[in-house]
Design a protein around this ligand. Sequence first.
Ligand code: FMN
Length: 214
Amino acid sequence: MVVRHSIPKLYMDEFFFARRRLVEKLKKAGNPEAIIDEISKNAFLLSPMVATYGPAGVNVAPFMLTFMVKNEHLMTVLDGLKRFVKKYWGKGSKAFVEAYDLLLNTVYDPNVSDPLKLVTHIMSKGHTWINLRVTSEASIGILIPPDRGALELRAKVYIYTEGPIYEYTNLVHDMMHAVPMGERSHPWYPAVLFEVKEIYDNSYQSLGKKIYPL
Ligand SMILES: Cc1cc2nc3c(=O)[nH]c(=O)nc-3n(C[C@H](O)[C@H](O)[C@H](O)COP(=O)(O)O)c2cc1C
């Protein structure tokens, strides 16, 4: 028998849809000060802390995470990302506006995206890298700003140095951090995929109650 676990509403409202709402706000914001203000207020949602253990010790470091799209949409989304890069390379604010729309229709569309799969690209060969290569496990700590709650995601980790998930992760990064400016500050890096297996509500009301799977 297949057991289906539904994703907790708290996780969807306070993490997935909170980030979608942020992209909608950024699209409307217009001026750079308003954009910086929104990003600062939501920094904990955008760059959560990733805790690992292993040969490099018990470690924690922040990483910019985004959502992975469902397998069945991956090739179509990759195609759209590649066309975006080609068309908007160096196009400044025009590229940003188009990037927000593309994000809303892919990464932040719950029908296209898989909210329980997160990706980042990993630049350093430091503690996180050393640990993940051996233990393949991580905990992700998300503070719901300013202090309304916290989510703990326990995840199985996969590393990709080539292929569609590697390309997706680096292209989504490029979309915001290279394409509008028309230049990149660093090359592509290995992609880390976090498959969320357990979620805990670490708010001071719930004090670490497991909310997924139930
Ligand atoms: C807000 C913020 C976001 C970051 N995002 C990333 C990221 O997406 N990818 C990455 O490789 N490093 C990122 N870093 C840097 C890592 O946390 C950094 O490489 C860290 O020093 C790795 O430490 P470790 O040796 O403990 O793994 C970020 C740092 C900050 C402050």
